[in-house]
Design a protein around this ligand. Structure first.
Ligand SMILES: Cc1ncc(COP(=O)(O)O)c(C=O)c1O
Length: 394
């Protein structure tokens, strides 16, 4: 096609792409490490990492090499056949977490769909047909109809009513509310150990322990959505390891493929109820995605990035605390948020872009930082200085 394009990218997007996303005014075209470059050649320090996805930054040589090599060997076969990379990855994830088996999906929402189906089937088998799932107000579990209903933010689900039955939302960190919401039809409790999308709210000390004890006492499944918190982000391989509380089901996605779409749902023996034909996916766990994920896990381990994330998290907190007008900084490891006293977060996000730093305003007051785990102390200093400049420009 040799037509001359007179329309801007924005105009063409408006014409051809459904308008579900509010874009920031930048088009990234290349990235290396923690830096991305826009179409005009301007460089940015990336503290968002594709929303907690690019654990190893952009174009990490180990991931690029794994993808290049695997793509010349075998990209996809379907789940009709055995697959070495899939089994290898499942084994590695189980070794890093808890005794379980894995179902592979392609995203966080799909991993959570698997968890929800497991809860329903488990309730049918073990709790007289119980199917209700208690989740947290403000939680985010993805955008499929069940996942969005599981999420505790009506703004995302209400337009799509009628919604699937059986999801109850209780305040996070309130064990009494969770107990009060439990009844004979409850099958599971599903929580993010650190709520991400709502603005990085960690579980209060003792809360997850209390929830685990309640699930044991009442014979309920405990599902942790570690789509955002998993794989080193919080300074442990999985956020639940801070508390020592082990779930029955855990979901992963985001960072797992280092940018290549892949999701996973791990079920402990007690929750391992899927049988032949119960669930499936054409792409889930395909050789390319699993090879990328194996390269990510290897690099996170070899480069000591889990401990590094914990150390860098403290420094990142420091630069957020130094910003003017911040009333609260909270988070774990490289998952941090700053809450401004005034509704300036969105404006600040734009000014940071001008200063060459990518940050994420989750609402009018709250800024979220979920950078690559390879972020260095020098880069954090640089980001802190740029953020200060962004505030002065106000
Ligand atoms: C905790 C959590 N669960 C699930 C999801 C949905 O993941 P995906 O967008 O890959 O479907 C997200 C995405 O932000 C998330 O943060």
């Amino acid at each position: 096609m040799s037509e001359t394009r007179t329309e801007t990218l924005e105009e063409r997007e408006h014409k051809y792409v459904m308008g579900t996303f509010k874009r920031l005014p930048v088009t990234f075209v290349e990235g290396h490490g923690c830096r991305v470059q826009d179409a005009d050649g301007k460089q940015y320090l990336d503290l968002v990492a594709g929303i907690a996805v690019n654990l190893l930054g952009h174009s990490h040589p180990a991931v690029a090499a794994a993808l290049a090599q695997q793509s010349t060997k075998l990209i996809h076969t379907s789940n009709l056949y055995y697959s070495e990379p899939q089994v290898e990855l499942a084994q590695r994830l189980v070794e890093l977490s808890f005794p379980s088996r894995v179902f592979f999906a392609n995203s966080g929402a799909e991993a959570n769909e698997a968890a929800i189906k497991i809860a329903h089937k488990w309730g049918r088998l073990n709790r007289d047909g119980a199917f209700k799932i208690i989740t947290a107000e403000g939680s985010f579990h993805g955008r499929t109809l069940a996942a969005v209903t599981a999420g505790g933010q009506a703004k995302y689900s209400a337009p799509f009513a009628p919604l699937p039955e059986g999801f109850l939302h209780v305040p996070f960190n309130d064990l009494g509310a969770l107990k009060a919401a439990t009844d004979a039809q409850t099958a599971a409790v599903m929580l993010e150990p650190v709520m991400g999308e709502i603005g990085v709210i960690p579980a209060a000390p003792g809360y997850l322990e209390g929830v685990r004890a309640w699930c044991d006492e009442q014979n309920l499944l405990l599902i942790f959505d570690e789509v955002q918190t998993g794989l080193g982000r919080t300074g442990r391989w999985f956020a639940h390891q801070h508390s020592g509380v082990v779930p029955d089901v855990m979901t992963l996605a985001k960072g797992l493929g280092g940018g290549v779409p892949i999701g996973a749902c791990l079920a402990a023996p007690r929750a391992d109820v899927f049988e032949l034909g119960d669930h499936g996916s054409t792409f889930g766990g395909n050789p390319l995605a699993c090879t990328a994920a194996l390269a990510v896990l290897r690099a996170v381990e070899e480069e000591g990035l889990v401990g590094h994330a914990a150390e860098m998290g403290d420094l990142l907190q420091g630069i957020l605390q130094d910003l003017d007008g911040v009333k609260e900084v909270r988070g774990l490891g490289l998952m941090q948020a700053a809450v401004f006293e005034e509704p300036v977060a969105k404006d600040f996000q734009l000014r940071c872009l001008e200063e060459g730093v990518v940050v994420n305003a989750v609402d009018d007051n709250t800024l979220r930082l979920v950078p690559p785990l390879i972020l260095t102390a020098a880069e954090i200093d640089e980001a802190g200085a740029a953020m200060k400049r962004a505030q002065l420009a106000r």
